[in-house]
Design a protein around this ligand. Structure first.
Ligand code: KG4
Ligand code: ZN
Length: 338
């Protein structure tokens, strides 16, 4: 406790960001330190799990010290430790978990494991101090694509998921074949602004009527086929048009399904989460659709959309306040149901 405020320190290491944050009373960010490995993985065209884990190990103590220093607090003042325990890369997760456990044990602080997706959704509580559940949540990241019913601070029911690629994964793969580099999402976001989204039509995969599930692998293959057949026939491809056409196909599906879910749940609130929520066109189109239907749209700022530990701290705080407790035996899970 400091100045009467409950302090949470949280760790996130599920993929390629080593992150530690300190929060006051669950929603106020005192520090949010993120050490990204993006520059390393640019050379590989994607994340290499073993290398990611090694870098987490090298960085995590320094990132934690910085988070405490920037927050202006000491370990003695921390009341709760939160840590992502899945889903994610097991080797990467284990570094955050081992550090969190060691600190919790040494300083005798309670420990709470957090589901990564619950963390992403909770970023909205930080950005919008008055937001309360229930609301409809759309999670679009490099590893996940879900539509969820956020029923309370600690209970979330998934009603739709991707059956193959996550949306961010599709962005990254299409960017790679277009030679745009890694991570592909921001690159496609940018180049698509110069392209015509109607120039090339890619099929919108809607799946069964009333299904909130997604499928992006067919779209990814369609883009690859388009590029390959253009190459074979010696046709020049317009990268901006391909990026814009691909992005529009993704966005049309996401907007239609998330608006249908928001309508069905009827909370009047739709909150975005995950790295792809940083996409400018997706934000603009959802804003337009929500305005038309009188639904409030919540979109965290980009730094809270991509992986960070502040969102994990917020989710840990609410689990703790709901009376949930974890022991020092918590483990890392590559896949973990919500
Ligand atoms: O949430 P996140 O940081 O990590 C996971 O939990 O997966 O999301 C990373 C994903 C990557 O696939 C990246 O390409 C995508 O988010 N992304 C974007 C944008 N910024 C990041 N996708 C589309 N447009 C963006 N502006
Ligand atoms: Zn994430």
């Amino acid at each position: 406790m400091k100045d009467g405020k409950f302090l949470t320190m949280a760790f996130e290491s599920s993929c390629d960001e080593t992150a530690v944050a300190v929060l006051a009373d669950g929603r106020q960010v005192l520090s949010n330190v993120i050490s990204s490995q993006i520059d390393i993985f640019k050379n590989y065209g994607g994340v290499v799990p073993e290398i990611a884990a090694r870098h987490h190990l090298e960085n995590i103590n320094e990132v934690m010290d910085r988070a405490l220093r920037e927050a202006g607090v000491t370990l003695k003042e921390i009341d709760l430790i939160g840590v992502t325990h899945g889903p994610g890369l097991v080797g990467a997760l284990l570094i955050g978990i081992a550090t969190a456990k060691a600190v919790a044990y040494a300083a005798d602080i309670p420990l709470i494991g957090v589901h990564h997706i619950m963390g992403h959704i909770s970023a909205n509580f930080i950005q919008f101090p008055r937001l309360q559940p229930p609301f409809t949540a759309l999670v679009t990241s490099g590893g996940h694509t879900n539509i969820a019913d956020m029923q309370s601070y600690t209970c979330c029911k998934v009603i739709g998921s991707t059956r193959d690629d996550a949306v961010g994964e599709a962005y990254d793969k299409v960017a790679r074949v277009l030679g745009l580099g890694y991570p592909g999402g921001p690159k496609i976001d940018k180049i698509a602004r110069e392209g015509d989204p109607q120039a090339i039509h890619f099929k919108r995969i809607m799946l069964e009527k009333d299904s909130y599930d997604f499928s992006f692998s067919g779209l990814k293959t369609a883009v690859l086929n388009y590029i390959n057949s253009a190459k074979q026939s010696g046709r020049e491809i317009n990268r901006a048009d391909v990026a814009a056409g691909f992005q529009q196909a993704v966005i049309d599906v996401i907007v239609e399904k998330s608006m249908a879910a928001a309508r069905k749940m009827d909370y009047g609130k739709l909150a975005l989460a995950g790295g792809v929520a940083a996409n400018s066109k997706l934000r603009a189109e959802l804003e337009k659709a929500c305005r038309k239907e009188n639904i409030e749209l919540y979109v965290p700022e980009p730094v809270l959309c991509t992986d960070n530990a502040a969102m994990i701290g917020c989710a840990a705080y609410y689990r703790y306040m709901a009376g949930e407790r974890d022991g020092l035996d918590i483990d890392a899970y590559a896949s973990l149901p919500l």
